[in-house]
Structure formats: structure tokens, C-alpha cells
Design a protein around this ligand. Structure first.
Ligand SMILES: Cc1cc2nc3c(=O)[nH]c(=O)nc-3n(C[C@H](O)[C@H](O)[C@H](O)COP(=O)(O)OP(=O)(O)OC[C@H]3O[C@@H](n4cnc5c(N)ncnc54)[C@H](O)[C@@H]3O)c2cc1C
Length: 407
């Protein structure tokens, strides 16, 4: 094994992949400098105070499952786990077309054994199979596999890779009760996954620079919008950036990576947002909205693979999703209360076969510069788990410490 590297580790991008790499390296004693273009950390997974709602809201409601072990280890290592709540492994659904309601638990899956085995990848799943071609004929498609596909892969089942879906289903359904536990964020994403990481970095003496955008990277250094940093022989860099940011930073080295949007509507209610059974979330079937999330007096609606909704005016989106939310939780029809519509146009990659196959690994043409991010080659789709695991993997490469972990 190569000797441990001792120079400065420059990490560009303070999304979860960059924070993960920075925390892992700083905890191992490495000098870390983190550079971020925005005025805040968290990237696609962050909270902010919304002036109109006068509440802390997330750019989009997120869930982590117990199967996301690297994400939970990172949250534990930074102290962020205290701001997360494990809920019962139960997924309530409401069908807005028929009015029927049901709850999926580890002991009451909505599908028969044959369908479950097909979803898990048995018999063998062909590369070209989509979630629709593999599971679309089954009785439980609309009630379970479709909402799971949209939530996990953020990709319509007609194009979503059945292989990747099967892998995530195996991690969740074959991992015991703990793997299916949904962890929620009662104080917001940043309180759990961002602020504790920044505090941890501060305690290890890491430097953090906001509003510093990387323009170019070459074998000798990093060019930012406020100056250039030359890399010494022991220095390393991790570019924890999404693919669309890397096309100009590393010209000619990045494949084109199609993405899919997620739209979130946040409504400020007059009183606490209450979902049936006191659940933190509710899946919707036969509806434009996919999941409702309740946090305090804010009711949020998530729509994945939201290509057409993302093009509609915010007022239309709010009216449509509020009407559905009222029907789902039994509120009288009314015009929407104060709302905020968040359109994350490049929320994740499109998880179709071709895009998945194009994902590169963490190495670049420059031996001292590595990549990190949810979109790099991995069995996971673009998720918190993928981002954090990728950051850790790149920190191992950049520090030449294969055993680096959050334990
Ligand atoms: C609405 C929404 C809902 C989601 N729901 C879930 C969920 O329920 N569960 C789940 O597991 N995952 C979910 N995800 C996915 C998850 O949020 C992402 O996979 C993860 O946050 C990606 O982290 P990242 O660090 O790889 O990338 P990013 O978050 O994109 O971080 C990249 C960082 O680099 C910075 N940057 C960009 N260009 C430059 C530059 N030139 N110089 C310096 N800095 C730069 C950016 O500002 C950003 O901070 C969701 C995503 C969205 C958008």
C-alpha cells in the first residue's frame, strides 16, 4: 500500500459528498481546506429560512432509510444523528382515485411472493429491463412499485433501470426491520447533515471558504474566481461537484449526464400539520403529488420525476397539490395557504440504463485530483447515501488511508 499522504487536502463543493470527504479526512488528522461556490453548505440537501412562510424549510423533503448505513454513520460521527428521528417501518398510502388506504410494513408487503422476487431481481434482471417492463404487469405496480420507483430513482418506471431498482430493494427488504426504518428530519436537513459537519470541521481546524467558485483544475493547481492555488507534491484535491459543474472545470473529461427534476410545495397551515395515524409522511397514489410530509405547521408535498410540473407556474402547482393534500388528509377544499414552491431542476441523474452506465469512477486524468458526488459509479442511485459514501471513498483515495471510516 502507498504511504499516507500528508499535504493539504483541498475539497471543492460543500454538498454532502464534500462534507463527508472533509469530515473523514479531518478526523484522520489531515489538513483540510473546503471551498464552496454558494454562500452556504449542503448543496441539494439543505434548509433555509423562508421569509414568506417565516419557517425553516428544506429545499426538498428527504428520507433516509436504515439501509443507508454510511449516511447514518456520518450523522453519528458528527453528532447530527441527534437531529434525526427513526420512525416505525411503516409506509402509509392513500389512493386519491378510489379513496382506499393501506400501510406497507415488513410483515404486510402489498405484493405476492412472485412479484417480490421479480422486484428483488430474481430471476436474473436483464440490463435493458426497466421497472415498468419488469413489474408493470403485476397487481401491486400502482400501489407499491411505481411510488417506490419514483421516490428512490426519481425516474419514470418506463425508463428506470430494473437492475438498480432491484439492488435498492434488496438492501431495503432483505436487511431486516432496521433497514426499512425511515429516518426523518424534524429540525430540517441542515440541522442533521450540514451544521454538525461544519462544526466538526471547525473543531479539527479545517478552513472553510464560501463564495469561492472553482473555474478550472489542472495537474498543477486549482483556479478559483478569486485566485489560484498551486498543488504541492503532497497536496491533493477532491472535486465534490455535480457533473454539470465539472464540464467547464475539466473540459472534455465529463460525459453528458441527463438529470430529472423534483418539485416540492411547502404550505404553512394555521395549526399543526397532521397526517393520518400521526405518521410523518403519506404516500399518494393516482395523484400528481407523490408524498406528503408533516413538520410542525408546514405540510410539504414532493413530486419526483416532475418534468412537466417543473415547467408550470408556481401558482398552478400550488393549487393542484394543495387540492390533493386537502383530499388526502380530510381538510375542506380551499385556496392554498401561504406556500413556497421549490423546483430542483437537476435533483438527481436520470437512472436509466445508459446514464447509469456512463457514470465515471473517482479518478481523473490528474493523479492528485479525485471526484466525489452522488452521481459517480456506485450501486446506489443519487441519494444521501451515495453522496456520503462517495465522499468517504474519495477521502480514502486522496489520503491513501484505505481504512478511513466514520466509526
Ligand atoms: C428535492 C430533492 C429531494 C431529494 N430527496 C432525497 C431523499 O429523500 N433521500 C435521499 O437519500 N436523497 C434525496 N435527494 C438526493 C440528495 O439530496 C443528493 O443525492 C445529495 O444531496 C447530493 O450531494 P452531492 O454532494 O453529491 O452534490 P451537491 O449537493 O450538488 O453538492 C455540490 C456542491 O458543489 C457546489 N459547487 C457547484 N459548482 C461549484 C464550483 N464551480 N465551485 C465550488 N463549488 C461548487 C454546489 O454549490 C454544492 O454545494 C434529493 C434531492 C433533491 C434535490
Amino acid at each position: 500500500m502507498s504511504a499516507t499522504v500528508n499535504g493539504t487536502l483541498h475539497i471543492v463543493g460543500a454538498g454532502l459528498a464534500g462534507l463527508s470527504a472533509a469530515v473523514a479526512a479531518a478526523r484522520s488528522g489531515r489538513k483540510v481546506v473546503l471551498h464552496e461556490a454558494a454562500g452556504h453548505a449542503g448543496g441539494r440537501c439543505r434548509s433555509f429560512r423562508d421569509e414568506k412562510l417565516d419557517r425553516i424549510i428544506d429545499n426538498g423533503s428527504h428520507l433516509v432509510l436504515g439501509a443507508n448505513r454510511t449516511a447514518l454513520a456520518y450523522a453519528s460521527a458528527t453528532g447530527g444523528l441527534e437531529a434525526m428521528i427513526p420512525t416505525a417501518p411503516a409506509f402509509p398510502f392513500a389512493d386519491l382515485a378510489t379513496g382506499s388506504r393501506w400501510t406497507v410494513t415488513p410483515t404486510s408487503l402489498p405484493a405476492g411472493l412472485g412479484e417480490i422476487l421479480r422486484a428483488l431481481g430474481l430471476p436474473w434482471t436483464g440490463k435493458a429491463e426497466t421497472v415498468k417492463s419488469r413489474l408493470g404487469g403485476g397487481r401491486s405496480f400502482t400501489r407499491f412499485w411505481l411510488p417506490m420507483c419514483e421516490a428512490i430513482l426519481n425516474t419514470a418506471p418506463e425508463e428506470a433501470s430494473a437492475r438498480m431498482f432491484a439492488w435498492t430493494m434488496r438492501r431495503a427488504l432483505l436487511g431486516g426491520n432496521a433497514a426499512l426504518i425511515p429516518w426523518v428530519f424534524p429540525l430540517g436537513l441542515s440541522a442533521a447533515l450540514v451544521a454538525p459537519a461544519l462544526a466538526t470541521l471547525g473543531s479539527f481546524g479545517a478552513e472553510i471558504h464560501f463564495r469561492r467558485r472553482l473555474l478550472a483544475a489542472d495537474g498543477h493547481g486549482l483556479t478559483f474566481d478569486d485566485g489560484r492555488i498551486e498543488l504541492g507534491p503532497q497536496d491533493r484535491a477532491i472535486l465534490a461537484l455535480p457533473p454539470w459543474a465539472l464540464t467547464s472545470v475539466l473540459p472534455g473529461q465529463m460525459p453528458e449526464m441527463p438529470t430529472r427534476p423534483i418539485v416540492n410545495a411547502h404550505f404553512r397551515l394555521d395549526g399543526p400539520a397532521a397526517l393520518p395515524g400521526g405518521s410523518h409522511f403519506l404516500g399518494l397514489v393516482n395523484a400528481a403529488g407523490h408524498w406528503l410530509f408533516a413538520r410542525g405547521d408546514v405540510l410539504s408535498v414532493t413530486v419526483s420525476a416532475a418534468d412537466s410540473l417543473a415547467e408550470r407556474p408556481a401558482e398552478d402547482v400550488a393549487a393542484l397539490l394543495w387540492d390533493e393534500a386537502c383530499r388526502a388528509i380530510g381538510l375542506p377544499a380551499s385556496s392554498p395557504p401561504a406556500f413556497r414552491i421549490m423546483k430542483e431542476r437537476r435533483a438527481t441523474l436520470a437512472h436509466d440504463r445508459d446514464t447509469i452506465a456512463r457514470r465515471p469512477g473517482p479518478r481523473t486524468a490528474h493523479p492528485h485530483i479525485f471526484l466525489a458526488g452522488d452521481w459517480l459509479a456506485s450501486p446506489w442511485p443519487c441519494t444521501i447515501e451515495a453522496a456520503i459514501a462517495s465522499g468517504l471513498a474519495s477521502a480514502r483515495l486522496a489520503t491513501a488511508q484505505a481504512r478511513l471510516s466514520f466509526a
